[in-house]
Design a protein around this ligand. Sequence first.
Ligand SMILES: C[S@@+](CC[C@H](N)C(=O)[O-])C[C@H]1O[C@@H](n2cnc3c(N)ncnc32)[C@H](O)[C@@H]1O
Length: 293
Amino acid sequence: MGATGTAAGARSGTLPVMTAEDREATRAYYDEFGDAEWNRLVGDVAGRVSLEVHRRFLARFVQPGARVLEVGAGPGRFTTELAALGATVVVTDISPVQLGLNERYVGSTEAEAAVERRELLDVCDVSRFAEGEFDAVLAYGGPLSYAFEETEAALRGLLRITARGGVVVGSVMSMLGTWRYQLPGVVKVAAAFGEEANDRVLATGDLRHLAGSAHVCQMFRAGGFADLVSAAGGRTLAMSASNWASLGDPDVLADLEADPDRWTRFLEHEVAACAEPGAADGGTHILFAAEHA
Ligand SMILES: C[S@@+](CC[C@H](N)C(=O)[O-])C[C@H]1O[C@@H](n2cnc3c(N)ncnc32)[C@H](O)[C@@H]1O
């Protein structure tokens, strides 16, 4: 079943439609989330592995000298990585607070030399940019998980501004992996919002079925997301889960991380496992690289 399937019923029985309020709620959520976003990928072992999986995936597709549009850049974990890969970056985000944090965290480092400029941008509207003006577009950490019904159009827009031979790299929230990893929370959600609402979320990945929920986003199935890439005129070059074994027992992972040799080996196995086709839906996020079809 496609990731954005249309399960019967949604907010109070109507089908979900992307509204200006949804967009404003996302901006407000990330404005308020603020500095916590800077710590998301370093605060625990799973986060640190996720950072490594995303970092290595990115390095496969960005060449030195590339001009990159970073969408939903947040405070700049991957702005810094793009700079280290020798790219120049137009840094963008829908949240002015996140853009300010990007300036704060990246601005005081040597990575700042790679930043062309910073500006507010909604992933759903890249009309200000010229066709093929970037060698690559990066949308890590889920800006495309907030485009809802506009995801296919947003992907088409990102491909339009990417040069022929260039690549769109991103990551979105995974429905099946999140369900597995967050099962205790999902059971609580079903109790709070009702089993039917929970059925709709599992069928569609759309958290807007949880009416009144503080944070809503679209989760995807890998196959459904690849279908959206195709519909947008793209071809999926690669996919990867984030994470796989590192979503397991935190105590075991802490022991592994404390031993540099075992940790290096574990990371190699983990990154390879995440890239297996059979693992694509198994993590909390799905990474993708797409080119023009
Ligand atoms: C989870 S953070 C990821 C930050 C960074 N890319 C990373 O991976 O560490 C998601 C970011 O996407 C931004 N965002 C959410 N919806 C967006 C949209 N419609 N257009 C552009 N950015 C968006 C948020 O403001 C936030 O900074």
